[in-house]
Ligand binder design. Sequence first.
Ligand code: SF4
Length: 244
Amino acid sequence: MITQQQNTDKQNDLQIKKTACTRCGICCKKGGPSIHFEDRELIEKGNIPLKYLFTIRPDEPLFDNIKEKIEPAKSDIIKIKNKNNSHACIFYDPDDSGCQIYEARPLECRKLKCWDTKEIVSFYDTTRISRKELLFSLDELWSLVLNHQDRCSYQKVATLAGQIKQNKNDHTALQKLNDIIQYDSSLRQLMVEKNPMISEKLEFLFGRPLTLTILLYGLKLKQSSDIIKENNNKSEKILTKYMT
Ligand code: SF4
């Protein structure tokens, strides 16, 4: 693991050696950028398709690279996905250390100077764009996104996870949290059943599955087919309401 001191040494090294981007790919290997208002046209024109984006939802625990600590996200943060099993941006091409969308790369990538981070630090958490502003042709799904956001909010998840950590026999909290996670899962399943094309956009619409992000709270998941079935019925009703 790289320590803060090693990081600083590395940055000092870079400050000495670099004054322009050499397309070394180091920044691209650390993960995809967040999307800002200034990038809206790139998404609208399809330079960066929605299937390559995912959403960090409000209050979701997030490691802030600049502050070097985990904090709840203040709003939607839309990011470019990473490659499977890697931290590298999905558009990073390791064969020539290059960006596959270099001419249409987002604002953060255009502004980042690894040898002088002042500019990016000044704007990285401003002008962030939300899901609503990027829905375009999927506009009719907004009510469904809002409903999911309400039922599966990270505020609720954090409160219930806190109660369970204090008392692992708090069955009411366990049941409520299980219901939220199963609702999130069954909603995704039903969306794909109704429209298989939507599967690659699920992480943009509803963020990462709670079955994964619950691990951020130090909790493990237990499956129950009865609860899944029960929640499938509830989700079916809600989907029918918004998709017909
Ligand atoms: S979009 Fe391109 S420049 Fe930006 S992190 Fe990804 S590969 Fe690198």
